[in-house]
Design a protein around this ligand. Structure first.
Ligand code: ATP
Ligand code: MG
Length: 389
């Protein structure tokens, strides 16, 4: 008899061709998340099994992987004799509960019919485990017996998986990642829907610090436990910001700055073959996130911009940030580029024609330079790639 982990797949599309792709991607993500542990994975169309000597550690890590509905600790034995099944079942059930036994016989050559296996296991448990009572409608413990070709699995309820789609099954997105609370949460929501993420961060050295950059790297790294390992593209935004600051109506500073951000993000997204840009905007959160502001900023691009937090309250966002373990990093006091150039009276309902006329005063070449000089961080290693765009 040995312990083995069974994974029930989450929300997989029912389309046949996709199913294999989803299962294979999930397998790769699980292998990555457990790469430092000794594991053996077997899988079929409906279930995945993981053998390991670190059962609890593996279950803990699996609970962060998208595409899993339930994670179940099972007892497995190659010996499928009824006597042996009784033994397994009595190891799974606790004393003093109401219970029911359900048997699933995927190997139809097994001689005893499922109903009879359930009945016999139930009778054995009633006789041999203290204070049990059968309840077929609403049992406290459901004992599942799965008889398969390779042996028998016995288990009761597992822990819930994270649901969602396996990261990477829905293509690639580019997340505008700041050091704040919202954007990393938006990233988490994108991963949940199966989108793999790369990241873009705008910094304004020397107005911002290397600690602020490190904070963004740390935030990106916290998403690794959900199965995402993407590149971080760091754009030096200083000259662009200074150009805006010196040469335009300061009430429009944020509007113009964000239009530049969207332009750069779009060019990068195309280059890295992302299908959409994600950010942490939330309607009405600040002046730059009124619907009018969003419309005026969004005007620079026809690329899909997805805002997973559009309708969330700040408190709801903070709750998720705490749950996914990003909040403590996000509230560290290092400033991003945007907090430094804050206008006294940011416009709440910017006018598109006026924004465009102010924009004409700016040096468009700075945008090309920023892209040319960007830094790319791949797995903690930094390298500068000239002429990527
Ligand atoms: P957050 O929204 O993550 O708490 P923030 O409050 O500093 O950070 P906002 O001013 O609310 O950011 O900007 C809205 C969104 O724009 C962010 O959620 C993020 O997606 C993007 N963004 C803002 N600043 C940056 C930056 N320096 N680099 C990359 N993206 C940014
Ligand atoms: Mg915000």
């Amino acid at each position: 008899m040995k312990e083995i982990i069974m994974i029930k797949y989450g929300e997989l599309t029912t389309k046949k061709d996709n199913r294999n792709f989803f299962i294979n991607t999930l397998t790769k993500n699980i292998e990555n998340a457990l790469s430092d542990l000794n594991i053996t994975i077997t899988k079929d169309y409906y279930r995945m099994f993981i053998e390991t000597n670190k059962v609890d550690e593996v279950i803990d890590r699996l609970s962060n992987i998208f595409g899993i509905h339930e994670i179940v600790k099972c007892l497995f034995d190659e010996n499928r004799d009824l006597d042996n099944i009784y033994k397994l079942a009595s190891n799974v059930i606790d004393e003093g509960v109401t219970f029911k036994v359900d048997t699933n016989r995927s190997d139809k050559t097994y001689e005893t019919p499922s109903m009879e296996v359930s009945r016999k296991v139930g009778a054995y448990l009633l006789k041999n485990v203290k204070n049990l009572k059968v309840d077929v409608n609403n049992p406290q413990t459901l004992i599942n017996v799965e008889i398969r070709r390779e042996g028998v699995y016995v288990y009761s309820k597992g822990v819930s998986g994270k649901g969602g789609y396996p990261v990477g099954t829905l293509g690639k997105g580019l997340l505008m990642l700041s050091g704040g609370i919202d954007s990393v949460v938006a990233g988490y929501m994108a991963l949940k829907r199966g989108v793999k993420l790369d990241f873009i961060y705008f910094e304004s050295l020397p107005h911002t610090s290397l600690e602020a950059r490190q904070k963004v790297i740390d935030l990106k790294n916290t998403l690794k436990k959900f199965g995402n390992s993407g590149k971080l593209y760091i754009i030096n935004f200083t000259k662009i910001q200074e150009d805006i600051y010196r040469n335009t109506d300061n009430d429009y500073l944020i509007t113009l700055m964000r239009r530049k951000m969207y332009k750069i993000a779009t060019r990068l997204a195309i280059k890295i073959k992302a299908n959409a840009i994600f950010n942490g905007e939330s309607i009405g959160q600040v002046a730059s996130q009124t619907l009018t502001s969003i419309k005026v900023v969004n005007e620079v691009t026809s690329f899909p911009i997805i805002r997973p937090l559009a309708s969330f309250d700040k408190l709801e966002i903070i709750k998720i940030a705490n749950e996914i373990g990003t909040y403590e990093t996000s509230i560290k006091p290092y400033e991003d580029c945007c907090t430094i150039f804050v206008p006294k009276h940011p416009v709440i309902n910017p006018n598109l024609m006026y924004a465009k006329s102010e924009e004409e005063k700016l040096n468009e070449e700075l945008l090309n330079n920023a892209l040319k000089d960007m830094i790319i961080i791949t797995d903690e290693k930094e390298n500068k790639e000239e002429d990527i765009l």
